[in-house]
Write a protein that binds this ligand. Structure first.
Ligand code: HEM
Length: 410
């Protein structure tokens, strides 16, 4: 059942502002811009569950309270009229609750199992990375843009492969992504939503064709895998809806994971040298990078019923934002949390892949892609020197806006 977010009147808002003075002063910029992270640390200390008027909802910054929100037993929902992800991408697993969510996710669980990922996608990941590096290698000692020349096309090409879309469709896939993302921010302008509706229609048509083609001639794609399984009872439209979120979930996240890991390693040359020397350390390095700079920095829920989170009573049908960035820097769980340490034993206990029923479906693939991309770069180009980079930032997705690198070797 899709609910409507409750309208909090001015009196209640004022009462909450008086009760949560730090949250009352917090801005969206504080959640987005680089250099403001300490404000979230202060907030977690004083008001780990706070009222944030600029967000029109509650903000959670401690890891314990965040886990309470994401816990499968918490009365939280994503089936809400104001859910911009649902409005942009359409109803699918990430924007559905309960049994409906489980039915939509189930057919995709086997294809994303850890043991199948390496066998199915390992070589493809490496081949795609090498294909992109072929075009960079000649002038890799000159500064080049890691995002636009490598990390972004790498993520887009891999998403295309997964879905079984032609590699010639890269630009189109990128376009779909931008149209969906553009409609997730409310500006009052109806145009972004119109573009997302058009993108949804076009992508769905491609996916329905691919599902039909895969039944005639199976391929290696995820689309083909789910098309060939008729045990799940989902219609082709329902399958296409899940494939749309797979496409959306696999692009900016992967781009950020590759860039943030290389960014932090470059800032810590000793750890970078250690990981280049012993590649088994790369797994801990990417986990720790995702903890400190989470590619997905913010998770949204709404209260389905009144609930107490971190000792604060939240009424029904209100918005609750989880700051993954803040929760991952919680000193109650991570020793010396601002230190980047690729051997940190519990880095994987961060909330970067979320937790609970919506926990990232593609996490094993994401790990394999991040490792595959960085391994290929190091194998072909050696160490990458950062020529200039902006500090990672962003409200929903966090990464450097620009990161120019050059092969360091002579
Ligand atoms: C480093 C890269 C990635 C990060 C940091 C990431 C992060 C996340 C997070 C935080 C969520 C949960 C959001 C919530 O609880 O509301 C999520 C869900 C999801 N992710 Fe990922 N993701 C990554 C890569 C991928 C990839 C590569 C795929 C697919 C190929 C993928 C597919 C999905 C899907 C389908 C969901 C929805 C699951 C559900 O609702 O049951 N993700 N991801």
């Amino acid at each position: 059942m899709v609910i409507t977010q409750a309208d909090v009147g001015t009196d209640l808002d004022a009462e909450r502002q008086a009760r949560f003075p730090l949250g009352a002063r917090l801005t969206i910029d504080d959640l987005s811009l680089a250099g403001r992270e300490h404000r979230l640390d202060e907030l977690r200390e004083a008001e780990p569950v706070t009222w944030m008027p600029e967000l029109g909802g509650w903000l959670v910054t401690s890891r314990d309270a965040a886990r309470e929100v994401l816990n499968p037993t918490a009365p939280m929902t994503v089936e809400v009229e104001q859910n911009m992800v649902r409005n942009s991408l359409g109803p699918m697993m990430l924007t559905s609750d309960g049994e409906s969510h489980d039915a939509q996710r189930r057919p995709f669980e086997a294809p994303f199992r850890n043991r199948d990922i390496e066998a199915r996608y390992g070589e493809r990941i490496t081949a795609l990375a090498h294909r992109l590096i072929d075009a960079i290698e000649g002038d890799a000692h000159e500064p080049w843009n890691l995002g636009t020349r490598f990390a972004s096309p790498f993520a887009v090409l891999m998403a295309g492969e997964l879905l079984g879309l032609s590699l010639d469709d890269t630009e189109r896939i990128d376009g779909f992504y931008s149209d969906f993302a553009g409609a997730m921010e409310y500006t009052g302008d109806p145009e972004p939503m119109r573009r997302a509706d058009a993108a949804r229609g076009e992508l769905t048509a491609l996916l329905l064709d691919e599902l039909a083609a895969a039944r005639r001639t199976p391929t290696h794609s995820l689309t083909s895998q789910v098309a060939g399984d008729d045990s799940h009872g989902l219609s082709d439209d329902e399958l296409a809806a899940q494939l749309r979120v797979v496409l959306f979930g696999a692009i900016e996240t992967i781009q950020a994971s590759v860039m943030n890991t290389l960014y932090l390693l470059a800032e810590h040359p000793d750890q970078e040298a250690a990981a280049m020397d012993d590649r088994t350390l790369l797994s801990g390095a990417q986990e720790e990078a995702r903890r400190l700079i989470p590619p997905v920095s913010f998770i949204e829920r709404w209260t389905a019923e009144p609930v107490t989170i971190g000792g604060v009573e939240l009424p029904e049908h209100e918005f609750v934002g989880v700051s993954v960035l803040a929760a991952n820097r919680d000193p109650a769980h991570f020793d010396d949390p601002l230190r980047f340490d690729i051997t940190r034993p519990n880095a994987s206990r961060s909330l970067s892949f979320s937790f609970g029923v919506h926990a990232c479906l593609g996490l094993h693939l994401a790990r394999a892609q991040t490792t595959g991309a960085i391994t290929a770069l190091w194998d072909r180009l050696g160490r990458l020197r950062v020529v200039d980079a902006t500090e990672p930032e962003g409200f929903a997705f966090r990464k450097p806006a620009v990161m120019r690198v050059a092969a360091a070797g002579g």
